[in-house]
Design a binder for this molecule. Structure first.
Ligand code: HXC
Length: 257
């Protein structure tokens, strides 16, 4: 499908989505959110896609929600329309998703990256929640996901002051998994995505579901959840294939079922 605000490309078993509103530094307007969801729907439905990569440009992953679009909104209409409810769907995807962040990831851009399962950053990446400078606050999960990622001290400081964090600090603080020279970011992200996409899809999806339980439940419940799906995965072809291949000293031939 052709889109106006994003570009989609399938690379082997990886579905790449590149945000493409260069004149607005990839600011997230309603059209972009809608198109992003349509592309994600397509990749989630496609059994030949095992991992999704979300990227921006070298200058900006995304500079936030579109301020020009938001500036004219009024309450109660924004409440009645449940503005940004569609953005929540991005964070509810079941296949593994990696954000490749170069340049600015501010406001909604930082929140979008946080909706992915992990973030790889270019060495020029800058993360921030500058909504406080606009007289508002993060509205797509930033206060929650950033705090879970960084802990209270740094998240509160960033949300209250609006200061930006560079790639090095973001890596040290645990916000990003790895930092790469910006010209190698996409290649390295696609490499990791390919590694994930070649594993058995039920096991990557269940792993994602289990890790995310950490943020929803107690340790005992989380471990019980993990145990139930660990038992269930013995019903898959790929569990038999993966274990037999190890015993027979060969590469597994996963069927993703
Ligand atoms: C709309 C944006 C934009 C945004 C940049 N642009 N960010 N348009 N929404 N979030 C536009 C600019 O208006 C400009 O368009 C063009 O992109 C280039 O931006 P410049 O400012 O000229 O670039 P530069 O000087 O390099 O500065 C880059 C920047 C700055 C530091 C990233 O653009 C910036 O501060 N942007 C806003 C960041 C922000 O506050 N984000 C949070 C948004 S609120 P023109 O047409 O003038 O050339 C948010 C809330 C989410 O995300 C939840 C709410 C419910």
């Amino acid at each position: 499908m052709a889109y106006d605000t994003i570009v989609t490309e399938v690379k082997g078993r990886v579905g790449l989505i590149t945000l493409n509103r260069p004149k607005a530094l990839n600011a997230l307007n309603s059209q972009l959110i809608e198109e992003l969801n349509l592309a994600l729907d397509e990749y989630e439905r496609n059994p030949d896609i095992g991992c999704i990569v979300l990227a921006g440009s070298e200058k900006a992953f995304a500079a936030g929600a579109d301020i020009k679009e938001m500036s004219v909104l009024e309450y109660p209409q924004i409440y009645l329309d449940d503005f940004f409810a569609q953005a929540d769907r991005i964070g509810q995807r079941r296949k593994p998703m990696i954000a490749a962040v170069a340049g600015f990831a501010l406001g909604g851009g930082c929140e979008l990256a946080l909706m992915c399962d992990f973030i790889y950053a270019g060495d020029n990446a800058r993360f921030g929640q500058p909504e406080i400078n606009l007289g508002v606050l993060p509205g797509i999960g930033g206060t929650q996901r950033l705090t879970r990622a960084l802990g209270k001290a740094k998240a509160m400081e960033m949300c209250l002051t609006g200061r930006q964090m560079d790639a090095k600090e973001a890596e040290t603080a645990g916000l990003v998994a790895q930092v790469f020279p910006v010209d190698q970011l996409l290649e390295e992200t696609l490499k990791a995505a390919t590694t994930i996409a070649e594993k058995s899809l039920p096991s990557t999806m269940m792993t994602k579901e289990a890790v995310n339980r950490v943020f929803e439940t107690s340790l005992a419940e989380g471990v019980r959840f993990e145990r139930r799906i660990f038992h269930a995965i013995f019903a898959t072809h790929d569990q038999k294939e993966g274990m037999n291949a190890f015993v027979e000293k060969r590469k597994p031939d996963f069927k993703h079922q």
